[in-house]
Design a protein around this ligand. Structure first.
Ligand SMILES: Cc1cc2nc3c(=O)[nH]c(=O)nc-3n(C[C@H](O)[C@H](O)[C@H](O)COP(=O)(O)O)c2cc1C
Length: 272
């Protein structure tokens, strides 16, 4: 049997390690050195990596200042701006952006990923997070973080809205019939009309259906609610277990949850 090795690079935008900028030969200014990041992306592509994964937070990390002042992860490009630029200089590398379901509106998220998927010709992925960093709340008109259970309830509904918006135009909706002056077929347009507990979105999305249909959905939840959301929505899951036994338990748990709701567990990749 041939086994396929999948490789993803965890970038933020250059590394997740807090002190990587001090490594001998590192470029300490690389966070905003676009040419350097382009070089890294091209190296990853040459090395047959499947994806450039961009973690993101909507605030500086909530660390004590003594630790924060030593960390290059304090700053980062906004993911869609950077990944759109990288899409133009790579051909096969998957481009995964993190987007919060707590401090975003689904219409914004749906159209950003749809755009990135068109720009990259079908290479976009969405790391769906509920915002681990409580300080994000303070950048969005709130004094306190939204509570964990509420974040995950909103995230589940948010996923339905985003994927529903991606389906707004059928793949064959655009007739572009120059002679008769008909650009698209209204019968091939779906208006979402979503009204749920947390979200109200009429739709349709004003972007053609993404190249992949739906961009790849990635998740890294670890709690009960996080694993359930992963089982219901994700195609790729990040595990963060510290030893093999915990990793195997996590793997069996998420795959078991998928079976329980009738999703095919073989359609999920779990990365250690
Ligand atoms: C590999 C990995 C990457 C993550 N990247 C982000 C990120 O970019 N932004 C973020 O807000 N949370 C990120 N998280 C946090 C998770 O989304 C999640 O909140 C965390 O694992 C705790 O699980 P819980 O939300 O189910 O309690 C990441 C977690 C892991 C393990």
């Amino acid at each position: 049997m041939t086994r396929k090795l999948r490789l993803g690079a965890f970038m933020r935008p250059i590394s997740i390690h807090t002190a990587a900028w001090r490594y001998p030969g590192a470029n300490p200014a690389a966070n905003f050195d676009l040419e350097a990041i382009v070089g890294y992306a091209r190296t990853l592509e040459r090395g047959r990596f499947d994806a450039f994964f961009m973690a993101d937070h909507l605030a500086v990390l909530n660390m004590p200042m003594e630790a924060l002042k030593r960390s290059a992860t304090v700053t980062s490009f906004e993911p869609f701006t950077l990944l759109s630029a990288l899409a133009m200089v790579t051909e096969r590398l998957g481009l995964i952006a993190t987007a919060s379901t707590t401090y975003n509106e689904p219409f914004h998220v749906a159209r950003r990923f749809a755009s990135l998927d068109h720009i990259s010709k079908g290479r976009a992925g969405w790391n769906l997070v509920t915002s681990g960093n409580p300080h994000e709340a303070m950048n969005f008109g709130r004094d306190e973080h939204v509570e964990h259970a509420t974040r995950y309830q909103r995230a589940r509904e948010f996923y339905d809205v985003v994927t529903g918006l991606w389906d707004s135009f059928a793949d064959d909706a655009f007739l572009r019939d120059v002679e008769n002056g008909v650009f698209f077929d209204p019968d091939r347009l779906h208006v979402l009309n979503h009204a749920g507990e947390h979200l109200k979105v009429r739709g349709p999305l004003n972007i053609a259906r993404p190249v992949q249909g739906w961009p790849v959905v990635v998740q890294a939840g670890a709690s009960e609610a996080g694993r359930q959301l992963a089982a219901e929505t994700a195609e790729v899951v990040f595990g963060s277990a510290n030893n093999l036994a915990d990793g195997q338990r996590f793997y069996a748990d998420v795959k078991g949850r998928m079976k329980a709701i009738g999703r095919d567990p073989d359609h999920l990749k779990i990365l250690p």
